[in-house]
Write a protein that binds this ligand. Sequence first.
Ligand SMILES: [Zn+2]
Ligand SMILES: [Zn+2]
Ligand SMILES: [Zn+2]
Length: 247
Amino acid sequence: MIINLDLFFLSSCYYSLPRVTTDYPHKNFMILSLITSIVLSETIFSFAEHQMHENFMHKKVLPRRFYQKPYIILQEIFEGHAVRHHGVWYRDFDFEANPEGKNDNIKFRLVDILIVLTCLLPIACLFFSFSLLAGVTFIVMLLIHAFLWNTMHSQMHLPQPVFFADWSIFRWLAVHHYMHHQFTNKNYNIVVPLADYILGTKIEPRRKDLRELLRLGYLKPKSPKTEIRLQKIRNKIAAQREAILVG
Ligand SMILES: [Zn+2]
Ligand SMILES: [Zn+2]
Ligand SMILES: [Zn+2]
């Protein structure tokens, strides 16, 4: 009721005249344009994430001079991700002993988000030209997307006992990214793998990946016996890692 009164108040302000009817056609329009903005911006981010991950984080598609002096940031992005995150650190998907490597390129920094925002500025303007609501939704969704990218990528490589660790959607996305670490030209998406499906870069786990995916807890074993065996393996590995960190 309170919400309805608020809407009534807002709509009255909007039209600058009091309304006595209980249905507000523009309220439905607002909800529809909000949902459309969310779906549309997420779709765009899925493709943007895919293309940026492929072309800037794994490949150097621009002419040589863009990886030198004034643009050195592009070289840094490539080295930080393709060379270090994939090639040097995280030989084990969920463990990195080197304190420097542990947090290297696990999260987008503010500067990375600003670069992404700059690239997407024309699209942001398009949303703003449609309506303020659409424009603001686009920006807010971009921040949510970056937040989810960071939160999930850290949880995948540095597992913590967080509330979503066992959610099937998270485990499914973790399998998706695990396979990206096996094939760096596949599964570029982290948050919404739509673009991987549409652009044909989706890869499913192979037989030989199943064991490790079971150990990571992303796949669930069929029998309780296997779960007990997995727990033993996990304990053993945890002890080995403890020894590496101490020694
Ligand atoms: Zn997103
Ligand atoms: Zn990764
Ligand atoms: Zn990558």
